[in-house]
Design a protein around this ligand. Structure first.
Ligand code: PLP
Length: 390
């Protein structure tokens, strides 16, 4: 139950164990074509151009930067944790002039501050992290993207810990470039970087004055490949990781079969169940308010007097959790991933393991308090679930 890599459904795992196909075999061409269409549907980007490339989420971030940004371009990065800082580092490496608007860990900058910051310079792009995995904080993307678009500024969203788990409408919200990786809410093994570029992002790339500062990362290499496979024609620039593409195909069939609304609703209900349990167990969330807490993961403070020994105790109870990641929170917080193919079984198993570990360490809450709170959410009818309190 870490925030990636997450559990992988058996149908996805099965594809990883098959003999690698030729990248020009008809069955593979069909798969890759379906994957490109599926990624477009997952991002809700009917006018978007997907790129599916071997690499991790960080490559997707780098591809966003090298294709969109030219040396000297002013950019604004909203930082809500470790991965916002990473975006700023990548941008600096490629010569952007980076302005940072950061919030205290667990907070988001108010929308009015972002507006004001956007007015501060003639920015090329606004960089946002949908869910920052180091703080569990979720940004409200839609109004920020609208504010950027109103000023002719591109919006780039790192959705690595959000896509497929948090509501996201790339085209409707006016997000120009969104990216994720295969191993988080998508529920496939790590190894694929996914990007979807909207028309403005592609136009910006086409109008560049300087060459893209990367050979493998250049959209110019990949655009003909993506277009060919989507038209069910083979093409070659660099060998695609055929087993991972097949695994992603299986994962996307599962996600799109479930449907985007039910998928987002399942993650929201899972998060409510976990938050009810945290409250019953006296565990405080790093996000300052439930309204800015992610549905895909929880970042929590250790209870008074406890540290990472708690995670070892939970592991002994059979559940793997993640330690702190944000430099300012590393010793004080831990993280529970709740994205991907999980349901009531995983929720109750996780809460139960944490509860037993806390009890052994002398916690005062009665064993079962966290489970009861989670069950109350899980047992409620969908239409009783308006309680945004959680
Ligand atoms: C995991 C993560 C990344 C980095 O992805 P890798 O696949 O580890 O390179 C970037 N941004 C966010 C928000 C993430 O959660």
């Amino acid at each position: 139950m870490i925030p990636g890599p997450v559990e992988v459904p058996p149908a996805v795992l099965h594809e990883m164990g098959r003999p690698p196909q030729s990248h020009v075999a008809p069955a593979f061409i069909e798969r890759f074509g379906r994957v490109i269409e599926g990624v477009r549907a997952l991002f809700r980007a009917p006018d978007g151009q997907p790129f599916v490339v071997a690499g991790s989420g960080t490559l997707a971030m780098e591809m966003a930067v090298v294709n969109l940004i030219e040396p000297g371009d002013p950019v604004l990065v909203v930082v809500t944790g470790y991965f916002g800082d990473r975006f700023a580092s990548v941008l600096e490496r490629f010569g952007a002039r980076v302005a940072i608007l950061s919030a205290e860990p667990g907070e988001v900058p108010p929308a009015a501050m972002v507006d004001e910051a956007l007015d501060g310079a003639d920015y090329r792009a606004l960089f946002l992290t949908h869910v920052d995995t180091s703080t569990g904080v979720r940004l409200d993307i839609e109004p920020l993207a609208a504010a950027a678009r109103a000023r002719g500024v591109l919006t780039v969203v790192d959705g690595v810990c959000a896509t497929a788990g948090e509501r996201f409408e790339q085209t409707a919200w006016g997000v120009d470039l969104a990216l994720t990786a295969s191993q988080k809410a998508i529920g496939a093994p790590p190894g694929l970087a996914l990007l979807v570029a909207g028309p403005q992002a592609l136009a910006t790339w086409r109008e560049r004055r300087s060459p893209v500062a990367g050979y493998y990362a250049d959209w110019g290499r990949w655009l003909p490949i993506m277009t060919a496979y989507e038209a069910r024609r083979p093409s070659y620039f660099a060998t695609p990781p055929v087993n991972l593409i097949a695994a992603l195909d299986a994962a996307l069939q599962g996600l799109l079969g479930e449907g985007m609304e039910p998928l987002w609703a399942r993650h929201a209900r899972t998060a409510r169940a976990f938050r009810a349990a945290w409250r019953a167990l006296g565990l405080a969330l790093v996000p300052a308010r439930p309204a800015i807490a992610a549905n895909t993961m929880s970042a929590l403070y250790y209870p008074e007097g406890q540290d990472s020994a708690l995670l070892a105790a939970v592991r002994d109870e059979g559940v793997a959790l993640a330690g702190g990641l944000h430099p300012a929170l590393r010793q004080r917080s831990f993280r529970v991933g709740h994205m991907g193919p999980i349901g009531a079984g995983e929720i109750l198993t996780t809460v139960g393991a944490i509860e037993r570990a806390l009890h052994r360490a002398g916690a005062s809450s009665a064993p079962g308090a966290g489970l009861t709170a989670a069950q109350q959410v899980l047992a409620a009818n969908q239409n009783e679930e308006s309680n945004d309190e959680l």
